[in-house]
Design a protein around this ligand. Structure first.
Ligand code: PLP
Length: 360
């Protein structure tokens, strides 16, 4: 068996030890004689799995007692609708547009009410996080929506906006658990698991409990109401049971490896390896403004799209895969989530240096 260095933006690399444990427990989960995939979600043993996942996530992120943790389905994209359906009391949402996903969230909000763009970095191809000091928050806004880490463009907020007492909603799909996060700054945080914490099919929502008292818009389906999931411990219907188990193993892996402070230090070290090289390279250039660089998704290119293609083809032969940038950006993107070992990043940089020598 030879595993590649997988730089996919999502679904993405998972810790090898987690995959090994899942494999070892596949046929017989801890002596119960069945796989987690085959268990009733109403069984005691499954309840202990989801309870442990929640408790470990609460510990990792320091989630205060007045926030509920939900394990849902439907991906980040369903959250683009659930947020307005559940929070748009006055039918007004303010949006900070920092890329593709924030734009999608905004487009979806227009189905339900008024959505205002209060900041955007579209003028320079979403290559930076806009200035947030004097945000023009609408007086009647029900919430302000932001996307923490812009998976496609490779940008990340370094501080959070002052939203003048409004509810701040954060799509943290691609930065979730990559570093500590002050949950109390947000009314609601959501993250699709498949970027940094587990398999596709699980969406984690962390919601302040007072928001559960806001009446959803008329006609909101039962399954799209946060309160229904909160009141039922994420078991109103069948949860993404196996996916939650894998997320739980990843949470344990994070705790065993020093938690999110240690993860942040590791991720900063990994990102510096590649950004420092990009700053020095005469062939490859980073596409993002320095003050907005993501630790998770590193976007770069050569001056020539054909050379980009050659680079990716040669990289693939050496075991570095899924480096293609999103079709809306072009070039390359190395996603270096928590589970990407520093050896993988170092090896990629060495390969880039060799490629540069051969092609400059
Ligand atoms: C991938 C991604 C999404 C979309 O997630 P789906 O699970 O495909 O719906 C939303 N927001 C961000 C920031 C993402 O990276």
């Amino acid at each position: 068996m030879k595993r590649i260095y997988n730089f996919s933006a999502g679904p993405a690399v998972l810790p090898e030890s987690v995959l090994r444990q899942a494999a070892a427990e596949m046929l017989d989960y801890q002596g119960h004689g069945l796989s987690v995939m085959e268990m009733s979600h109403r069984s005691k043993v499954y309840q202990s799995i989801i309870d442990a996942a929640e408790a470990d996530l609460r510990k990792l992120l320091n989630v205060p007692a007045n926030y509920k943790i939900l394990f849902l389905q439907g991906g980040g994209t369903t959250q683009f609708a659930m947020v307005p359906m559940n929070l748009m009391k006055n039918r007004v949402g303010d949006y900070i547009i920092t890329g593709h996903w924030a734009q999608k969230a905004y487009d979806e909000a227009l189905l339900f009410g008024k959505a205002n763009i209060i900041a955007s970095s579209k003028d320079d191809k979403f290559s930076y996080i806009p200035d947030l000091d004097n945000l023009n928050v609408s007086p009647d806004a029900d919430y302000v929506f932001m996307c923490d880490n812009n998976t496609i463009f490779g940008t990340k907020y370094k501080k959070y906006p002052d939203v003048k007492g409004k509810i701040l909603v954060n799509d943290a799909s691609s930065s979730f658990l990559s570093e500590p996060m002050d949950v109390t700054k947000f009314g609601l945080i959501f993250a699709g698991a498949q970027k940094n914490v587990g398999p596709a099919g699980v969406t984690i929502v962390i919601i302040r409990d007072d928001l559960l008292e806001i009446p959803p818009l008329p006609g909101t389906p039962t399954l799209l109401q946060y309160k229904v999931h909160a009141d039922n411990g994420s078991m109103y219907n069948t949860p993404p049971a196996y996916g939650v188990y894998i997320c739980g193993l990843v949470f344990k892996w994070l705790l065993d490896n020093g938690g999110l402070d240690a993860m942040q230090a590791y991720n900063e070290k990994k990102a510096a390896l590649i950004y420092d090289y990009l700053d020095a390279s005469k062939l490859f250039k980073g596409t993002v403004r320095h003050d907005s660089r993501s630790l998770m998704n590193v976007c770069f290119r050569t001056p020539d799209a054909a050379l980009d293609d050659l680079f990716m083809a040669e990289a693939k032969k050496q075991g570095f895969d899924n480096l293609k940038g999103h079709r809306s950006v072009g070039g390359m993107r190395a996603s270096i989530y928590n589970a990407m070992p520093i050896e993988g990043v170092a090896a990629l940089v060495e390969f880039m240096k060799k490629f540069e020598q051969a092609h400059i």
